[in-house]
Design a protein around this ligand. Structure first.
Ligand code: GCW
Length: 724
């Protein structure tokens, strides 16, 4: 983080701290996430208590009920006082919550109404001083959903101990569909899941409705997530059978009051597997009829069903290309089946050839750009943030700047498949923002990815974002206590892709751990730096895809000779005695030409290309002179070593927090940081030794030699790695 911004945080942090003494030593297992309403310090509590004694909160719907319950729960926990509901304002009333339709008309409501954006999920928190001087806070939504989001935002402000007179916000989501994607299998294993088993207890559904489902919905609603895809994109057709639809419907019923819709991953070959048809050709009328009937059946179970997510012709999944048809043929066929009911199709662009590949980074673009403008209005193309696969760092996916006549959505990975699983502390808000703020130049400067996916640039009516969930049955939901921050940050950025990752991190810290200024001062910079740290010890300077075979755990730069070249590491790093890196300029795969000329100009010349992307786009000799003046080899070593040192610095920062957080969580994070340190060392030593065979240069003086020879690292084998 740059210094001025950091100073601003510090200032803000200390100001709030002076006004309200905060609570210390929160006792929590992590289960309650950022919704753990521990008592506020006395001055904050006193400030709120009197004003929030009585509330006017008309209740017309289930959503109103859950919003009021949440408010009561929060006030009871934070202030030790449940609010009294009243039908009209009395002198004691400091809070009114509702819509222009449900609240009694008065000046305050009229004023707040004028500030409400035209969006059914928008809300305003309006501070009103009546003529008699009595202050009043209004939480006003256009609909009950806006009310719910407003209530959660208001609770957040109380958790941060903000002065009531300053809690005044207008907020409207920039993205319409804000989803989690669960890669959850029906046997409850989770593909790339590191936090236990699937939350969905299929066997006991629909009969047993685990209270955890409600807590899941509360957490999502609190950050604005309004959709969830329940099953893995590597889909089992069984999900679409009646027994499972009944189970999914039970979940949908629980989520509905929280404004959350259920979606399902659809297996493209389901008409064969379930319907007994001879093929799943999207132009075969029997197939289209099968899907139309299936859609009608699903809507009988789930009247507000969101739609399908589809992974087709990718990594062995069936799809329209099996029948010589295009992705548009497949997506449009499903879209037609859902259209009468208002459902959408999220069709993934994560595709690459089964056969001898073109540079994998180019393939999605090659397949999809030709189809621009041919998709139905209820199809949205789901594009991963980068063109390879959720690596610790990738340049933004070229498709974001290349399909102006199609609806595009973002797919991020919240689960840390390539970023250290649930043992590494990595705050992903910065990674998400980096992609969102990247400039595609599709329509001149400031054509950021955020503006593409929020529909501003190409005026797409349906906008969406998906995050591959990091949740599971772990007591604390995400395995690593700080993994919760990534769920939180994802939701906040889906609501507003231009939000500041630092503000979000601070918010999460305060809501999770309280408002102790010294704790925040220490932890905020740590979180903000943590992603760069992992890049340094795993894949610095634009390297990518160096992880262990298949399970993706630990370093594997030596991975070669697999069924496909682009599943190996040697394909991506291309290290040999001449140098290292993947040449994606015109002299190589020319993937760079898929970007706008302005973007090409940033990356094309290795002398100019930012270090972060250097070896993504260039193959360079080991003695190539870096901007720092060091050789490429030296710089590579320094990045690996500094990554490990940074983890050690994180450990020291955390050690100093003893007593400021609950002891169990303190220990858990401390232990996990120790694990992270070992894993970082492993990455560093394995990669440095592996590349040294080619550079034939010494590890720069002053840096310790790896403990073991390369063969040792290559021989390490891990049994039963989770998520595989
Ligand atoms: O990153 C890769 C994962 C696969 C995943 C695939 C995808 C669900 O290793 O496990 O499959 O991406 O996104 O489809």
């Amino acid at each position: 983080m740059d210094r001025p911004i950091f100073r601003r945080y510090v200032l803000l942090v200390s100001l709030v701290f002076v006004v309200f003494a905060s609570h210390n030593g929160i006792a929590q297992s992590g289960y309650r996430l950022w919704l753990d309403y521990q008592p506020l310090g006395p001055s904050a509590a006193d400030h709120y208590r009197e004003r929030l004694q009585a509330v006017v909160f008309p209740m017309d719907s289930e959503t109103d009920h859950v919003a009021f319950d949440e408010l009561s729960r929060a006030l009871e926990g934070l202030l030790g006082q449940k609010p009294m509901r009243q039908s009209a304002a009395t002198p004691k009333t400091g809070l009114m919550v509702g819509t222009p339709g449900t609240l009694p008309a008065n000046d305050a409501v009229e004023q707040a109404k004028t500030r409400l954006p035209d969006n059914e999920e928008a809300y305003v928190i309006h501070h009103h001083s009546a003529a008699n001087g009595r202050p009043m806070t209004l939480i006003l939504g256009n609909t009950d959903k806006g009310v719910l989001y407003g209530v959660f935002a208001f609770i957040g402000a109380l958790q941060r101990s903000e002065d009531l007179a300053r809690i005044d916000t207008v907020s409207s989501p920039k993205i319409k569909l804000r989803l989690l994607n669960h890669w959850d299998n029906l046997d409850r294993t989770v593909e790339r899941g590191y936090a236990g088993f699937s939350l969905w207890d299929w066997h006991r559904l629909p009969g047993y409705r685990d209270p955890r489902y409600t807590d899941y919905a509360r957490a999502n609603a609190s950050v604005g997530i309004n959709g969830t895809v329940l099953n893995n994109v590597n889909a089992n057709a069984l999900m679409l059978t009646a027994p499972y639809l009944e189970k999914a419907a039970a979940l949908a019923d629980i989520f509905r009051p929280y404004g959350i819709k259920v979606y399902l991953s659809a297996r493209f070959s389901a008409p064969i597997e379930l319907g007994g048809l001879a093929d799943a050709d999207p132009l075969n009328s029997e197939v289209t009829q099968w899907w139309a009937d299936k859609a009608a059946e699903i809507y009988r179970y789930i009247p507000d069903f969101g739609g399908f997510l589809v992974k087709a012709n990718s990594e062995g999944q069936p799809g329209p290309q099996n029948y010589g048809r295009s992705h548009a043929d497949g997506a449009n066929m499903l879209a037609d089946a859902l259209a009468p009911f208002g459902g959408v199709v999220m069709w993934r662009a994560f595709v690459y050839e089964d056969t001898e590949p073109e540079d994998r980074a180019k393939q999605a673009y090659n397949e999809f750009v030709l189809l621009d403008g041919t998709f139905r209005d209820n199809v949205i193309i789901q594009v991963k943030n980068g063109a390879i696969d959720f690596q610790p760092r990738e340049p933004f996916h070229p498709l974001f700047g290349a399909m102006p006549q199609s609806q595009l959505m973002m797919e991020f990975q919240i689960t840390q498949e390539y970023l250290g699983f649930a043992t590494n502390l990595v705050y992903l808000g910065t990674l998400f923002s980096e992609t969102l703020q990247a400039d595609t130049y599709a329509d001149g400067p400031n054509s950021t990815v955020a503006r593409v996916i929020d529909g501003e640039l190409n005026h797409q009516p349906i906008t969406a974002m998906a995050g591959v969930a990091n949740t599971g049955t772990a007591t604390n939901w995400t395995g690593h206590p700080f993994g919760q921050a990534n769920w939180y940050a994802y939701g906040r950025l889906a609501w507003d892709p231009d939000a500041d990752a630092g503000v979000i991190a601070e918010d999460w810290l305060r809501r999770t751990f309280g408002n102790d200024a010294s704790f925040l001062d220490a932890l905020l910079p740590l979180m903000m730096r943590s992603r760069e740290t992992v890049v340094n010890y795993m894949t610095p300077l634009g390297l990518h895809h160096l992880m262990g075979w298949s399970h993706h755990y630990g370093p594997g730069p030596w991975i070669r000779d697999k069924p496909r070249a682009d599943w190996t590491s040697v394909y991506y790093h291309q290290a040999d005695t001449n140098g290292i890196g993947f040449d994606r300029t015109a002299s190589g795969s020319d993937a760079l030409s898929q970007y706008a000329p302005e973007v090409q100009a940033q990356f094309n010349d290795p002398q100019i290309c930012p270090d972060e992307y250097l070896l993504w786009f260039h193959h360079l000799p080991w003695d190539f002179q870096m901007k720092s003046g060091e050789s490429l080899w030296e710089s590579l070593c320094r990045h690996y070593y500094s990554g490990v040192e940074e983890v050690s610095a994180m450990q020291a920062v955390w050690e100093a927090q003893r007593g400021k957080v609950d002891e169990i969580i303190f220990r858990e994070v401390a232990d996990l940081l120790a694990v992270q340190y070992e894993e970082a060392e492993l990455w560093r030593d394995a990669c440095v030794l592996y590349f040294q065979q080619f550079s034939k240069m010494p590890i720069p003086t002053g840096l310790p030699q790896p403990e073991h020879p390369l063969e040792y690292y290559e021989s390490l084998y891990y049994h039963f790695v989770p998520g595989n």
